[in-house]
Ligand binder design. Structure first.
Ligand SMILES: Nc1ncnc2c1ncn2[C@@H]1O[C@H](COP(=O)(O)OP(=O)(O)OP(=O)(O)O)[C@@H](O)[C@H]1O
Length: 515
């Protein structure tokens, strides 16, 4: 397939607001592609580079911004050729890397028509509207392969991503879906939660439920087959080598084929209270001298769900049954503390649950999760059967740009321009802040945002919209300065969320309560 065709459909999809029309356009595109090309189509449409970071920043791109390179007259650039070029770019390193990148990017742009150059530029600079497109692409694939979207979605969650499932169903049809089942050893997208304003509100919405501590650490999904243990993050990266404590806990579990879902935290040896998220993130992030890092800050895994045990899938079973299995597998320090509310109509029980919330905060945890007892585990979904309750308002926003610091912060990238997602897959700026950033966080974001930079006027650096930050704020206020007409009062950065994709940041609708 030619890149020109993807460029054409990408433009048509952006120009129409009707979801069904977008799905129809994508279905036609997937029907035209050979199945092996569909992973590239999905990636390019969503503005993702399959190679991940390829080291091409603004310093290289500014030399090819149209009309810098004379465009090809007729389209001839295939998806396979673009993929090869990007792989070559990703492999460049060492002395002369900059010149080599310039040469490769120029040669790619020389082969592209004007339309294609524009798509490539948007792709490389992270300016393609993304996020919502993944969900629409899934429906487009379902339509092209004539399989029910719900079945395809389930297969995608169990596989971890759309491209391999798309390729299989487009080649073989519905029968391919049977291959994508829950397998111990193959990570699945974790279940996520919605927000409730209070425990009382959450119980009213869910009925019979369990109120669990919300532990503030790193989410882990642990798979064990025999002696082989693998630990995955929320974004399914394998971090087994960095977490020997988790491996040891998993080896002690009396079952030799299971999947556990939980959080790793660290407890202060003196007070027994949880240590800060930043310290845990630094420990989990350190790849060298794991033994030294472990000695300085030992971690404790605490599990709250079990997806499979004794090689049997449990995801379709109600939460109360899964928890009974969890209780059989793990003793309490490694199993989340929780309170079951079997009679949600009894005010005394609701009061008890509110007390559990207060005590959980007093013990130093960040809030609670209220979970329906009868709900299955919906992999990859922000289900309405898990509701989180926290004492402060927080939102997850995406960094769109960052201003260079001055004074004490000279040389650092400091003031963040924050964007919420829009329903059509773009971003809208809601405000700026540098409050809450510690020296360590400033150093970290300067490096990370430097890698994401796509334009720089000497004052403001525009970045690929990929880094999510968790922001606390005191409320919303009307604003004529920002395009959504609102801004956040006293916004402050709580933490960077490199584990969270931009497609999961909050939408303007969710923030203003008009979802
Ligand atoms: N008992 C628990 N049950 C489920 N998730 C828990 C629990 N304790 C802590 N967590 C964490 O809370 C998260 C659930 O909240 P949510 O689905 O909103 O994800 P999130 O956006 O990463 O949340 P947050 O930003 O509030 O940590 C999980 O991803 C997990 O890391």
């Amino acid at each position: 397939m030619l890149l020109a065709r993807v460029a054409e459909v990408s433009r048509e999809v952006a120009a129409t607001s009707a979801r069904s029309r977008k799905i129809g356009l994508l279905a036609e595109l997937f029907a035209e592609a050979v199945p092996e090309e569909s992973p590239l189509v999905i990636a390019y449409l969503a503005g993702r580079l399959p190679q991940g970071r390829i080291g091409v920043g603004w310093s290289v791109l500014k030399n090819v911004v149209p009309p810098a390179v004379p465009p090809a007259e007729a389209p001839g650039l295939t998806l396979a050729r673009v993929d090869t070029a990007l792989a070559e770019l990703a492999a460049v390193s060492g002395a002369g890397a900059r010149a080599e990148r310039d040469r490769l990017v120029r040669s790619l742009f020389t082969a592209a028509t004007q339309d294609e150059q524009e798509l490539l530029l948007r792709l490389l600079s992270g300016d393609v509207r993304q996020g919502a497109l993944d969900a629409i692409a899934l429906e487009g694939v379902a339509k092209a392969a004539t399989v029910p979207a719900a079945e395809l979605r389930r297969a995608v969650m169990l596989e971890g991503s759309l491209p391999p499932v798309a390729q299989a169903v487009l080649a073989e049809g519905a029968t391919a879906l049977d291959r994508f089942t829950l397998r111990v050893g193959s990570p699945v997208q974790p279940m996520l939660a919605h927000t409730a304003a209070s425990v009382t509100e959450a119980i009213a919405a869910l009925g019979a439920c369990a109120v669990e501590e919300k532990l503030d650490g790193i989410r882990v999904q642990v798979h064990r087959i025999g002696d082989d243990v693998r630990v995955h993050t929320r974004s399914l990266d394998d971090i087994t080598d960095r977490l020997p404590e988790v491996v040891a806990t998993a080896r002690a579990v009396p079952s030799d084929a299971f999947i556990l879902d939980g959080e790793v935290i660290a407890l202060d040896p003196g007070t027994g209270r949880p240590v800060s998220f930043q310290s845990i993130a630094a420990r989990v992030g350190s790849r060298t001298d794991v033994a030294g890092a472990r000695a300085a800050l030992p971690l404790t895994p605490v599990f709250f769900d079990v997806l499979a045990a004794d090689a049997e899938s449990l995801i379709d079973r109600p939460g109360r049954d899964r928890h009974a299995v969890l209780a059989r597998l793990l003793p309490e320090p490694h199993r989340v503390r929780r309170l079951v509310v079997t009679d949600p109509a009894d005010p005394a029980r609701v009061e008890e649950a509110e007390r559990f919330f207060t005590e959980t905060l007093e013990r130093g945890h960040e809030g609670v999760l209220v979970k329906a007892l009868d709900a299955p585990y919906v992999a990859g979904r922000r289900g309405r059967t898990w509701l989180k309750v926290k004492p402060v308002h927080t939102v997850d926003l995406v960094v769109l740009a960052v201003e260079r610091g001055h004074g004490r912060r000279t040389g650092l990238l400091s003031n963040l321009h924050l964007g919420a997602r829009t329903e059509d897959g773009g971003f809208v700026m809601l405000g700026k802040t540098f409050k809450g950033l510690t020296d360590e966080m400033l150093r970290w974001q300067t490096e990370r945002l430097g890698e994401l930079a796509v334009a720089d006027d000497g004052f403001t650096v525009r970045v690929r919209p990929e880094l999510v930050v968790e922001i606390a704020y005191d409320g919303l206020q009307a604003s004529t300065r920002y395009p959504a007409g609102i801004t956040l009062r006293f916004a402050r950065v709580l933490r960077h969320r490199p584990d969270k994709p931009a497609s999961e940041a909050d939408t303007v609708g969710a923030i203003t309560g008009q979802r």
